[in-house]
Design a protein around this ligand. Structure first.
Ligand code: URA
Length: 235
């Protein structure tokens, strides 16, 4: 692919703007030699204003989503994309969230521009565990763990029972819940189905991947080892 298109696809500007950057000598190789729009150097050897390029397509990143941000590109209010470099919103292929977290939910959110990977993570077939910690309005009833594990619980206005889910009580009004599917507002609706109410919700893990020491609002690109960890069972 021609360099001008590669840079435009990475969000550095329209093709016209990127062509202008070439003319201004802002695109160089690692030694500082000026590159031209038709050159085809390796991605790792390209610099814009002496800075290495953003990661190439096939990007997977994790974000510690704070409460108050929406998983959307164009809703009103604060969006998860506001927490990333503005260029990332202009990439082609598009960078999408892997599933969604509610505006009022915090925690681990993945974003990728790799459609196959997105499908592999979200496909019910992968049954990738998603682990949430919920703070509840009322004490946990004794039989909630059994109801969630039963494989027969029905959410309101649905006809297919939920897959078994594991509940671990952390305190009378706090629980860790592990799901193996992802339905709309699933955790909140599960607790509503047993007469409780979720006051705060945080996702701490997907598959074998957790947030580590990533602070709310921070993000980072995931490497090969972490991609592999995603598909491994948690320790
Ligand atoms: N379940 C919910 O209810 N909300 C989320 O954001 C994620 C899972």
């Amino acid at each position: 692919m021609k360099l001008v298109k590669h840079l435009a696809n990475l969000g550095y500007g329209s093709r016209k703007e990127v062509a202008q950057m070439f003319r201004a000598g802002r695109i160089t190789d690692a030694r500082g030699e000026v590159l031209y729009a038709d050159d085809q150097p390796a991605h790792a050897d390209i610099r814009v204003d002496a800075e290495p390029l953003d990661p190439p397509p096939g990007l997977l990143l994790m974000l510690h989503k704070p409460v108050g941000y929406t998983c959307s590109r164009k809703d009103q209010g604060r969006l998860v994309y506001d927490l990333l470099p503005p260029r990332f919103r202009l990439r082609d292929p598009l960078l999408s969230t892997v599933g969604r977290l509610d505006r009022d939910t915090s925690g681990l959110l993945l974003l990728t521009d790799d459609g196959q990977l997105l499908h592999r993570i979200t496909s019910p077939k992968s049954e990738l565990a998603k682990v949430y910690v919920a703070t509840l309005a009322q004490d946990l009833a004794d039989d909630v763990a059994a109801q969630f594990a039963s494989g027969t619980l029905l959410l309101e206005s649905e006809h297919t029972p939920l897959l078994p889910a594991e509940l671990e009580a952390l305190a009378p009004r706090r629980a860790r819940l592990t799901l193996h599917e992802g339905r709309y507002h699933q955790v909140r609706r599960m607790f509503a189905a047993v007469g409780n109410h979720v006051e705060a919700l945080h996702r701490e893990r997907i598959g074998g991947l957790d947030l580590g020491d990533l602070a709310p609002g921070q993000w980072r690109v995931l490497g090969e080892d972490e991609r592999a960890r995603l598909f491994q069972a948690a320790d």
